[in-house]
Design a protein around this ligand. Sequence first.
Ligand code: PEP
Ligand code: MN
Length: 267
Amino acid sequence: LVSRKVKSEDTVLDIDGVRIGGDAPPIIVAGPCSIESEEQMEQTAAYLAAKGVKILRGGAYKPRTSPYGFQGMGVDGLILGSRVAKEHGMLFVTEVMDTRDVEIVAEHADILQVGARNMHNFALLREVGRARRPVLLKRGLSATIEEWLYAAEYILSEGNSEVILCERGIRTYEKWTRNTLDLSAVALAKQETHLPVIVDVTHAAGRRDLLIPLAKAALAVGADGIHVEVHPSPATALSDNEQQLDFAGYDKFSDALSTLLRQPVGV
Ligand code: PEP
Ligand code: MN
């Protein structure tokens, strides 16, 4: 079902007027790694909305390496994230990690995110496939392209055709970046499937100084959007404080991408 052999034209999602994929201009998904407080979300959403960002991200359930790390605000985070996004005319995307939470997350979020660590959680894939919400599907930490596309197939096979694929870097022997951004996967996913494909530069790089060149490269190979973490005060963030952009950093980031984010002349 995900294959271009089955459906040759690009799938273009229209989520409350925000178009993703096909001939739509590339979108930006931005916001903090974790939802931490009302003030943090309010500041971030106000700032990003003023910059024209239409999709606000923020984790309420966090897949942390250590069980003692901040696990997210849970339902309170969902309520906060959706309220703040709505107040600023944005869509809200947040991760769901557990089949038992799909219903409540779908109640509050406009887009359900399946994280890299759950790309192989087939019960979760089936459950979000039955939800009436678009799904942002991250590629697994060590998933082949084929496994990633089959994960999308699980969702479509349950009746949900609104899937956005998201390359976020894979594990390699390289240590200077957190993960290795696989742009071949982006080009191949665009070629082999009709689904929109976006690139999460934050988790791919794991460092701020590579975000601009990686985002430029992603757009150059045809990505339909960029996913980037933005926090009012990354140094004090409760997760991923090495890699989130502050507002000044995002200003530079969006300036550097501005010509690539505009729709090409004549299209
Ligand atoms: C995230 O986007 O919040 C996240 C945890 O990313 P990933 O699943 O790609 O590691
Ligand atoms: Mn993060």
